[in-house]
Every structure is written in C-alpha cells, then in structure tokens.
Design a protein around this ligand. Structure first.
Ligand code: SF4
Length: 179
C-alpha cells in the first residue's frame, strides 16, 4: 500500500480529505505544521480540534515540534501581498522533507479542498517542491468535496475558524480591507 504524509490545515478540511484518501487505498499520516496560524491561542484551538478528530477517525497524527512562528514571519517578510506563496512554500517544504525522512512515497495537503485558497498556486508550489525534494506531490481536485466537509464538520461539532490563519488574513476578514 502507498503511504503519504498529508499536511493538514484544520479538522474541518480533514473530514472529507481523510475519507477521500482512504477510498483511494492510501495509508495516510496527518501532519500538523501550521506556523501561519495566529495568535497562538487560535493555533492551539485548531490543533486540538484536529487531535480530537484524528483520535476518533483513527488516523495517525504527527505534530511538528514547535510553533515556528519566527520562520513564518521571516518567510513572508517583504512579500506581504504575495504571502500565500511563501506560506505554502514553508508548510509544504517541511511536509515533503518529513515525508521523505519517514519513508513515505508521497505528500499532499488538505488545502486542496478549499475554495478560499489559490489552488493553482498550491499546485505550482507543491510540484516545484516535489521536483526539488525528490518525492511525489499528489494534487487531486478536491474542491467538489468542500460542501460535504462543511456538513461533516458541523455534524461532528468541530471547531471552525473564521479567517485563514495569519494576522494579515484576520485583519482582512474583520477589518474588511485588502492588504
Ligand atoms: S492568508 Fe492564509 S495561506 Fe495566505 S499567508 Fe495567510 S495564513 Fe497563509
């Protein structure tokens, strides 16, 4: 059986994605590395929601050693308007490297389900990393499962965030501005 490290952005997106990969016959390990989520209390809340969902769905969860917020701000500094590219680069490079070290055959991300993310950019960044790190990036179109993931997460009572993650996205969401 092929095995994959699945970067997981949050529990709601994990619901449908876990089912999808299980149906594909892929052995998945969920990987939490999201230093783009601010502030720390929000990061903790989203991580705990994923921990509880992984426990009930019997999916192995691997959590990165620390919050790594400094890496996030260093990565996007000077690129605030184009920050998502650098944010994806940070999170998916870590995922690819950990996947390779653990002997997985591929890596992917639950970000591929979200209509709020730039899907073309995720694929561009993911494929570049795959070529550089020498491990396959699996990038199926999962957008059609988004509605189902919302329904599943409501039924399970999972915590659902109100903004993407970084302080910039929180400001854009609640300040009704565009950086
Ligand atoms: S908006 Fe979301 S994807 Fe873009 S940099 Fe912020 S947290 Fe990352």
């Amino acid at each position: 059986m092929k095995s994959m490290l699945l970067h997981t952005c949050c529990a709601p997106c994990a619901t449908y994605c876990f089912d999808y990969w299980n149906h594909e016959g892929m052995a998945i390990t969920s990987f939490w590395y999201n230093p783009n989520i601010h502030p720390f209390s929000e990061h903790k809340q989203r991580m705990e929601a994923l921990e509880s969902f992984c426990a009930t769905s019997e999916v192995l969860l691997m959590v990165a050693d620390d919050y790594d917020i400094v890496s996030y701000f260093r990565q996007v500094s000077g690129h605030e308007r184009d920050r998502c590219r650098y944010c994806f680069l940070l999170r998916l490079t870590m995922t690819a490297r950990v996947a390779r070290l653990r002997g997985h055959t591929a890596f992917s991300t639950t970000l591929l389900i979200s209509p709020y993310q730039n899907q073309a950019l995720i694929r561009e960044v993911g494929r570049d990393i795959a070529a550089r790190e020498g491990i396959e990036f699996l990038d199926p179109d999962l957008i059609s499962g988004y509605g189902k993931s919302v329904q599943m997460s409501k039924e399970l009572g999972l915590y659902r965030q109100k903004y993407c993650g970084c302080l910039y996205s929180e400001w854009e969401r609640f300040g009704k501005v565009k950086l």
